[in-house]
Design a protein around this ligand. Structure first.
Ligand SMILES: [Zn+2]
Length: 380
C-alpha cells in the first residue's frame, strides 16, 4: 500500500522543557502531534478492550498501541492493508504504534527455533507454524501502517548475563536489517536497546542503536522480573546515553508510580495492558498507587465515586455501589467504566506531570502524591 502523500510529514521531536531529568516535549507524526510524557493504551487486537475509539479519545488518549503478532495471525496484515490500514480499520485517527511481534513470539507462542536469521514459532491460536525475521516484522508493520513501528528484537531474561549478551548481539544485527528493510517514509522506526540489568551491556546497546540515528529509541527488557531499584538504575544509565533530541519509550510499564519514576529519569513514552486488564478483573487504581477490587462487599452501599479527586466520566457519574452491582450482575458495562477510570488516571497523570515539568515544579508535584515515597534518584 502506498503512503498517503498528504501525510508525508517528517517525524520531529522537540524538547520543550527539562526539570531535573524529567522532560516535556512534542513528537510530530503524520497523524498528529504527541505531547510528552504520554501514556499509550494498548489495543492488542486493534481495539482497546471494552472501549469505543470515541471513548478512548474522550478520556484524553493521543497514542494507542497495537500488536503485530496478534494482527498478523488474525485477521492478517494483508487484510488490514487491503482495508486501508490500521487507522481506518480500527477508526483511530490519532497516532498508532505497533510493536515488532518479538515479545509475543518469545513469550506467548510455542518456539520451534531461534537462529541468527529469525524465529520459527507455533501460533497460540491453532498451532500452525510461522516464521518471523526482521524483514518480515517490518513488512507486517508496513501493511498495518502505524506511525511508529518497532525493530524486531529479543527480550532476554534480565539476570542471565550470557543470554543477555547473545540477545544484545542479535538485537543489534536485527536492527540493522529492520532499518534496511523499511520502505515507508511515513513511518518512524524506533530502535530498542537491550542489556538486562547489566550496566555495561546497556551502555553498549545504547551506543549501537543511537549510531543508526533513528527518530526514537525504546528501552526494552525492563519490567520483566527485575526489582524496581534495578529498573531505576538502568533508566538512569539510559538517560545519560540516549540523545536528548529523540523520544525515549519505556516498553510495557504502566503503574502510576512507575510512570512517575520513569518520567523522573527522562522517559517520554509508556504503554501497558495493566489499566485495562485490571479493569476486566474488576480492579481499579488511584494515582497514589492504591488499588482495590470493586467486587468487595464493603462497596455494596458505598455512595462515593471510585476516586473523589478524579474527573473521569466514570467518577463524575457513578457510585462504587453501582459499579459493584454491575460486576455482581456480570454486566459488560463494568469493564467499560472501570477501563475509562484506570486509563484516565494514567493519561491525566502524564498531563499533570507535563504541566509540572513546564512550570519547573516536577519534583514537588511527584512528592506531593501520597504513596510516592521514592527519592532514590541520583543528583548529577
Ligand atoms: Zn475516575
Amino acid at each position: 500500500m502506498l503512503p498517503d502523500p498528504v501525510n508525508l510529514t517528517p517525524f520531529f521531536f522537540q524538547l520543550q522543557a527539562k526539570d531535573g531529568h524529567a522532560r516535556a516535549g512534542v513528537f510530530h507524526t503524520p497523524h498528529g502531534t504527541l505531547e510528552t510524557p504520554v501514556f499509550a493504551p494498548v489495543g492488542t487486537q486493534a481495539t482497546v478492550k471494552a472501549l469505543t475509539p470515541v471513548q478512548v479519545r474522550e478520556l484524553g488518549a493521543t497514542l494507542v498501541l497495537a500488536n503485530t503478532y496478534h494482527l498478523y495471525l488474525r485477521p492478517g496484515d494483508d487484510l488490514v492493508a487491503e482495508l486501508g490500514g490500521l487507522h481506518s480499520f480500527m477508526q483511530w485517527e490519532r497516532p498508532i504504534l505497533t510493536d515488532s511481534g518479538g515479545f509475543q513470539v518469545f513469550s506467548l507462542a510455542g518456539i520451534n527455533q531461534i537462529d541468527e536469521d529469525g524465529v520459527t514459532f507455533k501460533s497460540h491460536i491453532d498451532g500452525s507454524t510461522h516464521r518471523f525475521t526482521p524483514e518480515k516484522s517490518i513488512q507486517i508493520q508496513e501493511n498495518l501502517g502505524a506511525d511508529i513501528i518497532m525493530a524486531f528484537d529479543q527480550c532476554p531474561e534480565p539476570y542471565d548475563r550470557t543470554g543477555v549478551e547473545a540477545a544484545v548481539t542479535r538485537t543489534h544485527a536485527w536492527l540493522e536489517r529492520c532499518a534496511a528493510a523499511k520502505t515507508r517514509p511515513d513511518q518512524a522506526l524506533f530502535g530498542i536497546a537491550q542489556g538486562g540489568i547489566h550496566a555495561d551491556l546497556r551502555e553498549q546497546s545504547a551506543a549501537f542503536v543511537t549510531s543508526l540515528d533513528l527518530p526514537g529509541y525504546a528501552i526494552g527488557g525492563l519490567a520483566v522480573g527485575e526489582t524496581k531499584d534495578e529498573m531505576h538504575a538502568i533508566l538512569e544509565i539510559m538517560d545519560v546515553h540516549l540523545p536528548e533530541n529523540k523520544p525515549r519509550y519505556l516498553m510495557g510499564v504502566g503503574a502510576p508510580q512507575d510512570l512517575i519514576n520513569g518520567v523522573r529519569r527522562g522517559v517520554d513514552i509508556f504503554d501497558c495492558v495493566l489499566p485495562t486488564r485490571m479493569a476486566r478483573n474488576e480492579a481499579v487504581f488511584l494515582r497514589t498507587g492504591e488499588r482495590f477490587n470493586l467486587r468487595n462487599a464493603a462497596f455494596a452501599r458505598d455512595p462515593r465515586p471510585i476516586d473523589d479527586q478524579c474527573a473521569c466520566y466514570t467518577c463524575q457519574h457513578f457510585t462504587r455501589a453501582y459499579l459493584r452491582h454491575l460486576i455482581i450482575a456480570k454486566e459488560m458495562l463494568s469493564a467499560t467504566l472501570l477501563s475509562i477510570h484506570n486509563l484516565f488516571t494514567l493519561v491525566q497523570l502524564t498531563k499533570d506531570m507535563r504541566a509540572a515539568i513546564v512550570e519547573g515544579r516536577f519534583e514537588a508535584f511527584a512528592r506531593g502524591i501520597p504513596g510516592n515515597t521514592e527519592y532514590g534518584i541520583r543528583n548529577t
